[in-house]
Design a protein around this ligand. Structure first.
Ligand SMILES: [Mn+2]
Length: 474
């Protein structure tokens, strides 16, 4: 790994000018911040550009500009075939589209390949590893680390990128190269990893709110029920408030936390939750220990959500500035964007209620048209699926209008994935059939399709889902 990153670092060090091109999600923004910080520290001239996706027009423009070296982060792997003629390095963890990766030079945890052009790529897939062993930010961090060992403090932001890409979700802890990054961060005194409740909002939400918004796992009678959450904690003798301050989960002492976790486990098991589901309450959590207690940048998951809100509303630079250390103007702006995002989600739920959720025999769907922006429709679909009273036995498919067609987002539960549902395959196949493209993960996937093909797309998706999961057990 180190040797691989070293070669990219040398390439970067020799360049008179580097153009960083990165994605607008948390992973891309954190990766851009790591790369830029490392280049600044090394005195290497560079610029940072954020793109929603890397497509032909973006690549054509990069070629036209003739920048000495382009550094792609969290993207590029899917466009290898279109990059000929560019001088570029790629730190990405997406599946490379070009199968015949030209000349593999090294075998390590990750491999580094050199194509006929001067394109170097660092990507876990070249080693047969999955996407989850490192994020785009993590791959960028590897290069930063190779530029100077003193860049280990950047591990904190790299972990925010990994968590932002939910790489800790499946196993409730990070794995692969992410663990090397984590250890670097611990050694550098910027990170702490500990087993704790995994629910969102450990630092900034009142503890009862954290329970109320629990969705992974869903806690029967508590999720979505404010009064029940307050009563639950009061019965355990937890003080909810100290003077005017609502205590967050991080404000509770170890004894209080133990009491709550023990009671939550019993609560879930008594209400028929499986052991596997109940276990999801706890997992490894990541704290940026140099950030002040109670701040939105202290917990990696909360930090990631903050940064993501910036990208979703076309302000990736704001999140980027926060990642670069701004705790003043840009943090304020980022918090406003996050608040706006939460309000937008509430409005999105209203838009879904108005549009209505329709049902086919194997799927459910809604069409938000231009009422929900394409960068948010996926979360809106998740929320609609996780709402009290929602039908969880069918995957949900959502449509929204985008610049380049109709954006499709699909979400489902872990239960259906366990029964064989693979939404990535559904999105890929159904979109291809109507002249679009798509992919993603088993439980969360997306596509872009030409306007007017929605009905045909739905029919095909419905058929594939039926084939994957078979007849309903009921
Ligand atoms: Mn990523």
């Amino acid at each position: 790994m180190e040797a691989v990153a070293q070669q990219i670092a040398e390439r970067v060090r020799d360049a008179p000018m580097v153009r960083i091109v990165t994605h607008i999600d948390t992973d891309g923004i954190t990766g851009g911040a790591i790369a830029s910080e490392a280049l600044d520290r090394a005195g290497i001239a560079h610029e940072v550009a954020f793109v929603k996706k890397l497509d032909e027009p973006v690549i054509t423009e990069l070629k036209r500009r003739g920048t000495p070296l382009v550094w792609f982060i969290d993207l590029g792997a899917g466009m290898m075939h279109a990059l000929h003629g560019l001088d570029a390095v790629i730190t990405d963890h997406h599946v490379p589209t070009e199968r015949e990766v030209p000349k593999v030079l090294r075998s390590d945890l990750m491999r580094f390949a050199e194509s006929q052009d001067r394109i170097l790529m660092l990507n876990p897939h070249l080693e047969g590893a999955g996407s989850d062993v490192a994020s785009g930010a993590g791959c960028a961090y590897a290069v930063a680390r190779a530029l100077a060992s003193t860049n280990r403090d950047l591990a904190a932001v790299a972990i925010v990128g990994a968590v932002g890409d939910v790489q800790d979700q499946e196993f409730r802890r990070l794995s692969g190269y992410n663990r090397t990054i984590l250890q670097d961060g611990i050694d550098a005194g910027v990170l702490r990893a500990q087993i704790d409740l995994r629910l969102f909002g450990r630092e900034t939400r009142p503890a009862y709110k954290m329970l109320q918004y629990a969705s992974d796992p869903w806690i029967p009678r508590l999720s979505g029920n404010e009064d029940a959450c307050i009563a639950f904690l009061l019965e355990l003798g937890i003080d909810l408030k100290v003077e005017e301050h609502w205590r967050s989960w991080s404000d509770l002492d170890d004894g209080e936390k133990r009491r709550v976790v023990t009671a939550l486990v019993a609560h879930m098991l008594e209400r028929g939750c499986g052991v596997k589901e109940t276990e999801r309450l706890a997992g490894e959590t990541y704290t940026l220990i140099r950030e002040p207690a109670g701040s939105p940048t202290r917990d990696a998951k909360e930090f990631g959500t903050l940064v993501n809100a910036c990208g979703r509303y076309d302000q990736p630079e704001v999140g980027y500035r926060v990642c670069r250390g701004d705790r003043d103007e840009f943090l304020g702006q980022a918090l406003r964007l996050l608040r706006g995002h939460r309000e937008y989600l509430v409005e999105s739920m209203d838009a879904i209620a108005e549009a209505g959720i329709n049902t086919m025999d194997a799927i459910q769907y809604f069409h938000a048209a231009d009422r929900i922006r394409d960068t948010v429709v996926g979360i809106a679909a998740s929320l609609a699926l996780n709402r009290e009273g929602a039908a969880k036995d069918l995957p949900i498919i959502a449509f929204a209008t985008a610049d380049d067609g109709i954006k499709v987002s699909a979400r489902t539960t872990r239960d259906l994935v366990a029964r064989g549902l693979d939404l990535a395959a559904v999105m890929q196949e159904a979109s291809k059939a109507v002249g679009g493209f798509g992919g993603g993960h088993h439980a969360a996937a997306g596509a872009t399709i030409p306007p007017g093909t929605e009905q045909k797309f739905l029919e095909i998706a419905n058929r594939i889902v039926r084939e994957q999961i078979g007849p309903s057990p009921s």
